[in-house]
Design a protein around this ligand. Sequence first.
Ligand code: NAD
Ligand code: MG
Length: 387
Amino acid sequence: MQYKSKNIAILGSTGSIGTQTLEVVRSNPELKVAALAAGSRVDELEAQIREFRPEVAGVWTEEAAKDLRVRIADLNVKVVSGMEGLLEIAAWPRYQVLVTAIVGMIGIRPTIAAIEAGKDIALANKETLVTAGHIIMPLARRQGVSILPVDSEHSAIFQSLNGEPAGRIEKILLTASGGPFRGKTKAQLAAIQPEDALKHPNWSMGRKITVDSSTLVNKGLEVMEAKWLFGVDLDRIQVVVHPQSVIHSAVQFVDGAIIAQLGTPDMKLPIQYALFYPDRRPMGGRRVDFFELGQLTFEEPDPDTFEGLKLAYRAAEQGGSMPTVFNAANEKAVALFLEKKIRYLEIPELIGKAMERHQVIEDPTVEQILETERQTYEYILGKVKDS
Ligand code: NAD
Ligand code: MG
């Protein structure tokens, strides 16, 4: 079968989602890469540029950009840097789908710029929806562009919905593996070290999201992400712990039917589905074997041990700028934990404290979101220095 070629751009091309997106490109010759952006790993980016030949490439610092320009002087590739570079890539004329595989709220402005330029978004960067969903979703509707979920749970929900309107959803069943510390008590978590938290039972991902999976903060962010993507109230989003990670999530419809998407844990499927939607394309890889599995099990999440999930629901209920505080406090706390400057249980503790002192701003602008992020970072750093 012949397919039309499709040009994509990737922000965060050297990361876990970025490199898996490039694997999908390798096995689908009709996908072309128009633009790539990475943080600081110039070596890897250079190799990607040589293989995929984009028209433009971005790195974060001007110093890295200078280095990259020298390395690829033999190629006709424009090199840009900083936020300005990310915005230029987002609005680049010759591509259709932007893959947002960058970590954190740095994704907000490029995502908005791409939507304004009429691009579809294959969205992995959940922090953007969590903090600016009230800006992104209406803007996408006005611009007539699609926000295609890459996060595996949201892709599963999207696949289960398959075009049915939000009005037919009774409940979203958002599955969670429970992470490496499922079944543990709070006391048992006190001595957890970064090495322990970086071991995920089923998925291989970037460092920050792996720690977030162990605290269930990731699931909390995903509840907020689902709320924005599918236009469903919080009380209709239920987290279900499912340790085998075979059911990637499900939708319960108004007639009681539950439709789920199952598969082996492999991010390439949701990435490919987002890039070709509404088509479904062939893909290799391991298949789920029901007989080998034997059984699938389910549990309720434990909100006392994993306070991050409880705090996420609270942040989502309060809305406005509170999800930004939740996300920023977590981001900074996780970074401090990975540097061994705070203990594991201080992650939710610090998030709770940052939320308590915050005065909610309703419908925050992008500037107010970024200012709230900055203030929250400062507050967390101050707290840690004082103690
Ligand atoms: P990662 O840390 O592996 O990769 C992040 C990428 O962003 C890297 O390429 C890095 O160079 C780039 N980057 C960082 N700062 C940058 C900057 N200032 N300018 C340009 N590029 C910059 O992260 P990841 O695990 O791939 O996650 C990416 C996003 O996808 C996150 O929002 C995460 O929550 C989400 N997500 C990831 C997975 C997964 O399986 N890894 C699953 C679902 C959702
Ligand atoms: Mg996920």
